[in-house]
Design a protein. Structure first.
Length: 96
């Protein structure tokens, strides 16, 4: 079996002695977040859709696979397919 005592050193702290308060940087006075540079434009990668409410539900694996396949092949987002399904349901049942 390997002798690990040789790896640890002779009780020395590998970081050295603890610095005194005078030797440390007083980083508590610095702001937590650097001010933003107004010349840099922040890009948002997601398209705005006007949808703000989260909608989570549980479905079977088969339903999920078929739903995603239909949405992908038609070029829809999943929410767009769901909205189309709701519109079709309303139309079939005479709901305004």
């Amino acid at each position: 079996m390997a002798d690990s005592s040789k790896l640890k050193g002779k009780g020395k702290n590998r970081f050295g002695d603890i610095p005194t308060p005078d030797e440390t940087d007083n980083n508590l006075d610095a702001p937590e977040i650097a001010p933003a540079d107004p010349s840099i434009e922040v890009k948002k990668f997601r398209n705005k859709t006007g949808r703000t409410e989260p909608f989570n539900t549980r479905v079977t694996a088969e339903f999920d696979k078929e739903f995603r396949t239909i949405a992908f092949t038609r070029g829809f987002k999943k929410v767009e397919l769901l909205e189309a399904c709701l519109d079709a349901y309303r139309e079939l049942n005479g709901i305004k």
